[in-house]
Design a protein around this ligand. Structure first.
Ligand SMILES: O=C(CO)[C@H](O)[C@H](O)COP(=O)(O)O
Ligand SMILES: [Co+2]
Length: 219
């Protein structure tokens, strides 16, 4: 299905005491990708987990790991997450010091590279990056926590990024992250998103993850 929307449950909202089982459950429930939120307590005001934890759950599924690094500076950690089994590594345009170099470093490991834009960062930031990336992640909350409210102004940015992607003629994924549920998902997709991260909307529906994923897809 070429135009199907990908659903990427964020394990930030999983039960960390049963992380492996949680990953297996969302895999069986129909997740397309597993979204891994890495927070450093510096770039964002929260700390989640590092590459060792990710590596230990990597073995529980064959689904691609979509690794969202909220780390500044990020370059010293790219190899560790590549070694831990990332399929796509997303770096923040704001994390610095040289985002283009960070993207090159991800690509040099043979992985898909993504760039994330915070809500206050304009789409224009992508002008000299879009030709090198495989994915753009538009943040629809300020990064650092799950369970926040979708920021409406980002719909305009999703539409602007969709135009930029289409103009390249390349297959670049447009993923949206933050406050995605059955109400916001269709609006993000209508604006141009083709991949949706969902933490609370999936893991908050414990134990029926399949229903949660079906609902997001159907929406
Ligand atoms: O990157 C993130 C936060 O920085 C998370 O991926 C995001 O918040 C998902 O959680 P929710 O769906 O509950 O908003
Ligand atoms: Co995320």
């Amino acid at each position: 299905m070429p135009n199907a929307v990908r659903i990427a449950p964020s394990i930030l909202s999983a039960d960390f005491a049963r992380l492996g089982e949680e990953v297996r459950s969302v895999d069986e429930a129909g997740a397309d990708w597993i979204h891994v939120d890495v927070m450093d307590g510096h770039f964002v005001p929260n700390i989640s987990f590092g590459p060792a934890v990710m590596k230990s759950v990597r073995a529980t599924t064959t689904k691609p790991f979509d690794v969202h690094l909220m780390i500044a500076p990020v370059d010293p950690y790219i190899d560790a997450f590549a070694d831990a089994g990332a399929d796509c590594i997303i770096v923040h345009a704001e994390a610095g010091p040289h985002v283009h170099r960070s993207v090159q470093r991800v690509k040099s490991r043979g992985l898909r590279a993504g760039v994330a834009l915070n809500p206050g960062t304009p789409a224009k930031m992508l002008d000299y990056l879009i030709d090198t990336v495989d994915l753009v992640l538009v943040m629809t909350v300020n990064p650092g926590f799950g369970g926040q409210r979708f920021i409406e102004s980002q719909l305009k940015k999703i539409a602007a990024v969709r135009k930029m992607i289409d103009a390249t003629g390349r297959a670049i994924d447009l993923e949206v992250d933050g406050g995605i549920d059955a109400e916001t998902a269709p609006r993000a997709v209508a604006a141009g998103a083709d991949a949706l991260v969902a933490g609370t909307a999936v893991f908050g529906r414990r134990p029926d993850y399949a229903a949660a994923i079906r609902e997001l897809r159907g929406a």
